[in-house]
Design a protein around this ligand. Sequence first.
Ligand code: THU
Length: 135
Amino acid sequence: MTITEKDIQQVVGLAIEARKKAYAPYSNYKVGAALRTKDGRMYQGINIENAAYPSTICAERTAIFSAITQGEREFDLIAVVTQNGGFPCGGCRQVMAEFALDMLVVIADEDGKIHEKLTVSQLLPGAFTPQFLSK
Ligand code: THU
């Protein structure tokens, strides 16, 4: 599927909507994500913090793991929404790289303003991918 401006608006809108449910009582930094499969199905994610801080999970990973749990494997678009256009963390970049090096990552803020659009490969050059384990 090609990615249109309308598609980008749609995933950003879903990420903004998801972000309202973020559970971030410790950092107060709410993050929402929306992930699109190559077939056009959508999965939302939020950051979910924990009193044992390292047990926190990021919004991008919540969305990806939710989709994987439903049997999805192929993705072409993800939007990440924060208050200020923050970028995905290294751990989330690595999880994205596992499934979708060519996926477009749209980074936006809570007003829907787009701060950056780039691929997972651009976010994580030289990623360690499954192919390294196959030979
Ligand atoms: N966070 C995300 O959800 N995604 C990222 O890529 C960066 C960080 C969350 C984790 C934590 O709940 C809060 O933002 C502050 O680090």
